[in-house]
Design a protein around this ligand. Structure first.
Ligand code: AMP
Ligand code: MN
Ligand code: MN
Length: 347
């Protein structure tokens, strides 16, 4: 593997972004853009914006990504591809919104992509990123990977178009909860203002991002009937099971939607959403989504469960069934509440 270059903190961020823009701009071979499994608005938005920017510079680009139904309107079908079994010859792999590890999707043998690629660039805003790659820019002070991609596109010899700005703004919108979360800095709003000025159809975009299939609302009813308030009401917990899926049929069941609703339960410092994952192998898996406030770290809870994310929003996939996962999660939440100085009633 080639040597690794990485930004170490805010001071080196502009240089790191410039270096990435220069590397991408000079790359003659194909560029593969990859992001995390279960892509959200930032994963798809940042990847699509970067792909379109590089394609307009004449690069051969690949975006092996399957969006959830509610985001698929953003991309033209021919812009996305199935997962790549092998990397093209002389490929630069740009890894967005995730690290080189098991959550990386669309590229072969996720864990070894760095040795198979000619060059690997990592662009992410998760502090828990493992910083593996040839050129790594991780900046937790950026609200979204799309904000970092905007900085990269600004550094490329390109004119902004609505086709570039719309997916970029989508990443900012979705990762800030429509500019409501604590990551909504003045810089985020300035970046959003720039993107709007490039011709985004804003109310059409925000309206379209809210559309869900009717089955989603049927599932929402079932999910809301599972809500409990454990740990003396300091947590709100909801779940989705395989049995519920069998009844309603497959839905997008975006964890962000459900956990985003129950996080407003009065008195709850932590919102938890557990999703029993479909699994062919005998080992069950449960996806955990955590949102937290007031000194409680969702990141600490999820790191202790083998996952990662941000202080206010984090996730993990636990190799246990729903009930086993629930016990582990509640123990981790209790420990974090105690660490943060809250009195937690005994179970
Ligand atoms: P989610 O609950 O899936 O919306 O995820 C919340 C945040 O945590 C997002 O920023 C995710 O990228 C991150 N995240 C979710 N699952 C994991 C995981 N297994 N490992 C690391 N980060 C995760
Ligand atoms: Mn993401
Ligand atoms: Mn993100």
């Amino acid at each position: 593997m080639m040597s690794t270059e990485s930004n170490q903190g805010e001071a080196n961020y502009p240089a790191c972004i410039a270096r990435i823009a220069q590397t991408l701009g000079r790359w003659d071979g194909p560029i593969v853009i990859a992001t995390h499994a279960d892509p959200d608005g930032d994963a798809l938005g940042s990847a699509l914006a970067l792909k379109r920017a590089l394609a307009s510079l004449g690069k051969a680009t690949h975006l092996p990504l399957t969006p959830p139904r509610y985001l698929s309107f953003l991309a033209e079908p021919d812009e996305l591809s199935d997962p790549l079994r092998v990397l093209p010859e002389d490929a630069l792999v740009a890894v967005l919104d995730v690290d080189v590890g098991p959550r990386l999707a669309g590229v072969p043998v996720a864990g070894t992509v760095v040795s198979e690629a000619a060059f690997t660039v990592v662009i992410d805003h998760h502090g828990t990123n493992n910083r593996t790659g040839n050129l790594v820019c991780v900046e937790p002070r950026r609200a979204a990977t799309a904000q970092m991609v905007k900085d990269i596109i600004d550094a490329l010899p390109l004119t902004w178009t609505p086709q570039l700005a719309t997916p970029c703004l989508t990443g900012l919108l979705t990762d800030t909860g429509n500019f409501r979360f604590g990551n909504t800095t003045p810089e985020v709003l300035h970046a959003a203002g720039d993107l709007l000025s490039y011709g985004v159809a804003y109310s059409d975009l925000t309206d379209r991002l809210g559309w869900r299939h009717p089955d989603y609302f049927r599932m929402l009813g079932k999910v809301m009937s599972t809500v409990t308030f454990p740990l003396g009401g300091l947590a709100a917990l909801a779940e989705i099971t395989q049995a519920m899926r069998a009844e309603v049929g497959p839905t997008d069941d975006d964890s962000n939607d459900y956990v985003g609703l129950i996080r407003y339960a009065e008195g709850a410092l932590v919102a938890l959403f557990l999703r029993e994952e479909p699994s062919d192998d005998p080992q069950p898996r449960t996806k955990v989504s955590v949102r937290a406030r007031r000194g409680v770290s969702a990141q600490a809870i999820c790191v202790s469960l083998g996952g990662g994310g941000h202080v206010a929003a984090a996730g993990a996939t636990v190799r246990e069934g729903l009930e086993g996962t629930k016990a582990l999660v509640l123990a981790a939440v209790r420990a974090e509440l105690v660490r943060a100085g809250y009195d937690v009633p005994e179970a």
